[in-house]
Design a binder for this molecule. Sequence first.
Ligand code: ATP
Length: 309
Amino acid sequence: MIQLYIPLNFLGVIYREIKQSLTDLDKMFTLMLREREVADAPDARPLLLKGHGVQAAPSVRFDHVHFAYDPARPILHDVSFEIPAGQTVAVVGPSGSGKSTLARLLYRFYDVQQGRITVHGHDVQGLTQDSLRRAIGIVPQDTVLFNDTVAYNIAYGRPEATREEVEQAARAARIHDFITSTPGGYGTMVGERGLKLSGGEKQRVAIARTLLKNPPILVFDEATSALDSANERAIQAELAAVAQGKTVLVIAHRLSTIVNAHEILVMEHGRIIERGTHPLLLGANGRYAQMWRLQQAGEHGQGQLGPQG
Ligand code: ATP
């Protein structure tokens, strides 16, 4: 029986390894396909952001942008806005209104069909993808972690970072204590083959990764529910501190986190239907004011925008 058990067990291990490799391959091809959506122009130039030591924050501009993933279904219609260098623009609106699509276009996962997106005055289509993406740090809603150590996952944006820098970023993202409470500490394997992290823990790893990368442009795609409110407040404070002097796009689900944004864009069906500061939008008593009232009422319940996204 033992003789039979060992090979079967061994086969089980091999089966799982192959299955995992296929999953990894699948992910890799998905990424490669996505990468292939756009290519560097033959005369593409690197984005140069000269500053004092670190890269200076650039302006970001969407100029009459039209976009569709599938030509039969337009998603963005004539979207224009500017994030002046070092300022914060927040985007709110119902689920599916096109908020995350703005982030994907800025990162140039796709090219716009009409209009243009510029960074520091340069059309992103004329920049090398590598230099553009090095300048942007995205904290996505759903972070995919690599099957590697937690230290590797944090340092991914800046592999040459020292352990001390990795720990400092983890502390700022409120994930250090959790990491050190695991038996393997920073050497703990995470991802599908290792320790499974909750949505909030994964997002904190992504925040630590972005803090460490320290890019001049930050995109924060707020999770709908990944963080509990105590951690949420702590991290909001931390993000506000690191966002100082950076050009920031926040895709927000909780309006309370963006009241200080320089401009708030309200999107619906791929169009900007209202824009302005928080007090201005409240005074206009339109869609934003309605969302605000709904959320204030909800805060006594679950503190979320719910189906409004
Ligand atoms: P949420 O608040 O739920 O994150 P959102 O406002 O960020 O929503 P987007 O993710 O920008 O919305 O999606 C806008 C529209 O584009 C949706 O109708 C969505 O189904 C569609 N969409 C998103 N990604 C793709 C894709 N890769 N291919 C085709 N359609 C897509």
